[in-house]
Design a protein around this ligand. Structure first.
Ligand SMILES: *Cc1c(COP(=O)(O)O)cnc(C)c1O
Length: 418
């Protein structure tokens, strides 16, 4: 099978013109093996999920054990050890009173649940009319309706679907004093209709690997609090070590009211997400009124196989030096990508934890860029004006060196072609 099957509709893909997808048959370490025998070094850990590399034996063992005993059971009215254990461990790892875990099966749905939680929180307190969220330009929170409505308002998908989406309130991240004042004023102006503030801490990932300082995040948290609004942190990309700490919010010393996790939660093996609420949020749903209960419940909620994989992934954060590896990757990325900074055609180079991004001044030929990197054995997925690396935190030194070398070469070539 070298050409795309006509039965598959592919993600974010113009089916008429796109290059056919490559057929993957096997994975190991930080490598993807193709049907024709070629082996690619994965520079993006399968959309930021495979933080321990592929096929880690500890996760595989946990999965096969769970598969034999109970791959799935419904979560309405039943519970099971993998979910109980995972929720308790997440609560222990997360700061503050983020102790109440609602499991779903994708990041977008975790965001939907967070938004519904915030809206219903006000209703449960007897306050009506608070149905909008304040979100930030450059953000990305998922592809479902509510999540999409909180994505950057100028981004293609949002513009296309504008009429279909609930209208949210947007601000720039408060990197400077003027933006802080603007955010403060916007929060004051819309206070009576806002249910929450949502932000990706430290890095806006799919929006362009846009980074901000911990102080900026602390400012968002401070202003949300000043205006009495719950803060939702979307740690779907940043969670589990990607920025050098287990969770990005730790670097700003802040605790949100609601926090979303997914992507690396199961170490890149199965679909699972979590929306974690503080004690205060959770308690607003405790009532004698059945209608005050959180009105959500996915069929495959807290799938035991996925929870077993997530527990095994958390084991690996305890037994293997993932955070030290993330910080070591940051140092290598900074050093390795530095030669691109300031070159004509390059708008900037940004690194944080195991994230290294090169931004071009103009959109490069993305398909050509990707094709040349594949020819040299590297798997990446540049988008817009961004070529980036987010390898497995456990990526072997030699593979990381190749990733950086080929990224620098491809970026330099892309500028020469422009
Ligand atoms: C990927 C991502 C999502 C959406 O997750 P899906 O599992 O693709 O639905 C939401 N927020 C952030 C920050 C993400 O990176």
């Amino acid at each position: 099978m070298t050409r795309a099957s006509h039965h598959l509709w592919r993600p974010y893909t113009q089916m008429r013109t796109a290059d056919p997808p490559l057929e993957a048959v096997r994975t190991h370490g930080s490598r993807i093996v193709l049907a024709d025998g070629r082996e690619l070094i994965d520079g993006i850990a399968s959309w930021w999920t495979a933080v321990h590399g592929y096929n880690h034996p500890h996760i595989a063992e946990a999965l096969s054990g769970q598969l034999a005993t109970m791959p799935h059971v419904m979560f309405g009215g039943l519970t099971h050890a993998p979910a109980e254990r995972l929720a308790a461990r997440l609560a222990a790892l997360l700061p503050g009173t983020l102790d109440h875990v609602f499991f779903t099966d994708s990041g977008s749905v975790a965001v939907e649940v967070a938004l519904k939680m915030a809206v219903q929180l006000w209703l449960n307190r007897g306050v009506t009319g608070r149905t909008r969220v304040l979100a930030f330009r450059g953000g990305y929170h998922g592809d479902t309706m509510g999540a999409m409505s909180a994505c950057d308002p100028e981004e293609g998908m949002h513009r296309r679907f504008g009429a279909y989406l609930p209208a949210q309130v947007f601000c720039d991240l408060p990197r400077r004093a003027a933006e802080t004042d603007a955010l403060d004023a916007t929060l004051a102006r819309h206070r009576e209709e806002l249910a929450a503030v949502i932000v990706e801490p430290l890095v806006q990932g799919a929006g362009g690997m846009l980074m901000h300082e911990p102080e900026t995040l602390a400012t968002v948290a401070r202003l949300a609090r000043r205006h009495g609004l719950p803060l939702i942190l979307d740690e779907i990309f940043t969670g589990f070590g990607r920025t050098g700490t287990l969770f990005a919010c730790e670097q700003a010393g802040i605790v949100p009211d609601i926090l979303c996790l997914s992507k690396a939660l199961t170490g890149g093996t199965l679909a699972l997400a979590a929306t974690v609420a503080s004690r205060e949020v959770f308690e607003a749903f405790l009532s004698d009124d059945p209608a005050a209960a959180l009105m959500h419940g996915p069929t495959f909620m807290a799938n035991p196989l996925a929870c077993a994989a997530a527990n095994a992934s958390l084991d690996l954060f305890e037994t293997e030096p993932r955070l030290a590896q993330a910080r070591a990757i940051e140092a290598r990325l900074r050093e390795g990508l530095a030669s691109l900074a300031g070159r004509p055609g390059i708008a900037g180079v940004r690194c944080l934890g195991a994230i290294g991004a090169v931004e071009f001044e103009a959109p490069p030929d993305l398909a050509g860029l990707k094709r040349r990197l594949v020819e040299r054995g590297v798997w990446v997925r540049p988008f817009g004006r961004i070529l980036y690396l987010t390898p497995a935190l456990s990526v072997p030194e030699a593979d990381l060196a190749r990733l950086i070398e080929e990224t620098v070469r491809a970026a330099a070539e892309a500028m020469n072609r422009a």
